[in-house]
Design a protein around this ligand. Structure first.
Ligand SMILES: NC(=O)c1ccc[n+]([C@@H]2O[C@H](COP(=O)([O-])OP(=O)(O)OC[C@H]3O[C@@H](n4cnc5c(N)ncnc54)[C@H](OP(=O)(O)O)[C@@H]3O)[C@@H](O)[C@H]2O)c1
Length: 265
């Protein structure tokens, strides 16, 4: 590979914080960042044992250091406690990936208030307040040539009206996309870029109900314009791009990564 291309897509020496890094999409991103040379990747989730197991697996690769830092981002206290722990560990943050999320489905007429609040608090409120807590560490890491990055995980369901009745979820994801633009505008002169990704179906706990067997999996794949679900390379490729020098000129965008859902259907 030419040195120029290596330089463009390299995360050597970078410090990243990834919420929801214990499994699914967050784990795919954490592994991609370690493979791209990141020196420190802090991952968080509520279940400490599973989080540590993921950190152990990635640390066994012998590349950068993955630190498991358990936390609950559904409450303001949990967000502050996690942010304090991060700030005690590192002086600057090059990449913040706001990935942790929750879903809740129920028919119109039966959707519960507590389900609505749970989804909104994890999917939207935590992104804003965690970013607010860590923004000085991002400002401290960013330079004009290589700004710090915030990557928010939205969804194709925030780009279109979908068939599944998960009202708070799809609404929360549209809010994530808009919050991304709002923060990008506020931080445009401060060497912090803020972008979002909008995934289609990827293998994860959240999608386990829809990918439970071969028949269900085939039905999900058939609904994707390109005919398959997303894989770890699809997720790592896009998020390495957004975090690396190659993505330095993007801010305020939401990039769909869903095999054509909401873009070619
Ligand atoms: N998979 C897909 O097809 C798909 C499509 C579009 C968008 N997305 C989005 O991608 C993101 C990741 O989802 P996923 O599919 O990978 O789901 P997942 O397998 O359920 O992973 C969710 C992650 O978030 C953590 N988490 C959940 N609630 C948390 C809280 N209150 N505090 C801290 N961490 C919390 C989970 O760990 P604990 O349970 O231990 O806390 C886990 O690490 C979500 O924002 C989701 O909406 C996924």
């Amino acid at each position: 590979m030419s040195p120029r291309i290596d330089d463009l897509f390299n995360l050597t020496g970078k410090t990243a914080v990834i919420t929801g890094g214990s499994r699914g999409i967050g784990e795919m991103i954490a592994e991609g960042y370690i493979d791209a040379g990141a020196s420190t990747v802090i991952i968080t989730a509520r279940k400490a044992e599973a989080l540590q197991a993921t950190a152990d697996r990635l640390n066994a690769k012998g590349a950068g250091k993955v630190i498991a830092m358990p936390g609950d981002l559904s409450t303001p206290e949990g967000i502050t406690a996690f942010a304090d722990a991060v700030k005690a560990e590192v002086d600057a943050i090059d990449i913040l990936v706001n990935n942790a999320g929750a879903a809740w489905g129920a028919p119109l007429g039966e959707y519960p208030v507590d389900g609505w609040d749970k989804v909104m608090n994890v999917n939207v409120r935590s992104i804003y307040f965690l970013t607010q807590e860590l923004v000085d560490h991002l400002r401290g890491a960013g330079t004009e040539d290589d700004p710090a990055r915030v990557i928010n995980v939205g969804s194709v369901d925030g780009l279109r009206a979908c068939d599944i009745e998960h009202y708070a979820y799809s609404t929360s994801k549209a809010a994530v996309h808009h919050l991304t633009r709002q923060l990008a505008k506020r931080l445009k002169h401060e060497n912090v870029r803020v972008n979002a990704i909008a995934p289609g179906p990827f293998e994860s706990n959240m999608m386990a109900f829809a990918l439970r067997d071969e028949e269900a999996r085939a039905a999900v794949a058939a609904d994707v314009p390109v005919g398959r679900i997303g894989n770890p390379d699809d997720m790592a490729g896009l998020t390495i791009f957004l975090a690396s020098k190659a993505g330095a000129y993007l801010t305020g965008v939401t990039i769909p990564v869903g095999g054509g859902i909401a873009t070619a259907d």
